[in-house]
Design a protein around this ligand. Structure first.
Ligand code: TYD
Length: 208
């Protein structure tokens, strides 16, 4: 059986991933594809430990946090009930909100980037996506979206951090440009224009 496609969305907090994931998965389903939508951190126990840190309830350094994200990601790949591998093997497409690129940009900003990258990329249990779509929005607009839509901010959700994270994303994409399929989409435009670009990108990989 043909394997499913594995598509990841990345972007800063407030870049509109949720909206664009919704539009793409609706289009994929309309095309008759079976799609499983998922996200990191997951809803596992490790995901809970991570959310305690993101919410600022518990403090951990970037190395501890990288290791927690790694453990959560391995679980996300291999768990037999709703793991990424399980679905891809059945021909089901995966659309995932964040993946290892976020670890590289968020934790790789405070921990040694090579270490964060190699423990993810060299782990045999962690599947490489077929496509990563990065929704590029300037930090000013992301900050406004967070301000308008949230009652509280997580540890990374301030402008100074987001500037550093955005810079890290671009450094990482440069490092991965020959080994990963990463598409940067200008997401500061009208929702429907951004969605049309994303659907074009998806159409270019869906039959490969
Ligand atoms: P996010 O997609 O913003 O979810 P929510 O809607 O719950 O805020 O992701 C949560 C945060 O986790 C986000 O700030 C990025 C961070 N993150 C990392 O720092 N490293 C990682 O490896 C991943 C997957 C996420």
């Amino acid at each position: 059986m043909k394997k499913g496609k594995f598509i990841v969305f990345e972007g800063l907090d407030g870049s509109g991933k949720g909206t664009q994931i919704e539009l793409l998965t609706a289009k994929m389903k309309k095309d008759g594809r079976r799609v499983y939508r998922t996200a990191e951190p997951t809803l596992s126990a490790t995901g809970g430990l991570i959310r305690d840190v993101l919410g600022g309830f518990i403090q951990r350094d970037a190395y501890e946090l990288s290791a927690l994200f790694l453990a959560d990601r391995i679980f996300h790949n291999i768990n037999p009930l709703n793991g990424i591998k399980h679905f891809l093997d059945q021909g089901i497409d995966i659309v995932c909100d964040r993946y290892y690129y976020s670890s590289f940009a968020y934790q790789g900003k405070d921990a040694v980037l090579d270490w964060v990258m190699s423990m993810n990329l060299d782990c045999p249990e962690i599947i490489r996506p077929d496509l990563c779509i990065f929704l590029d929005v300037d930090t000013e607009s992301c900050d406004k979206r967070i301000e308008d839509n949230r009652f509280s901010r997580e540890i990374y959700e301030n402008k100074a951090e987001q500037e550093k994270i955005r810079k890290r994303f671009f450094e990482v994409f440069e490092l991965l440009k020959n080994t990963e399929n990463i598409k940067i989409v200008n997401a500061s435009r009208d929702i429907s224009l951004v969605s049309a670009d994303i659907i074009k990108i998806y159409e270019s990989i869906k039959e490969i």
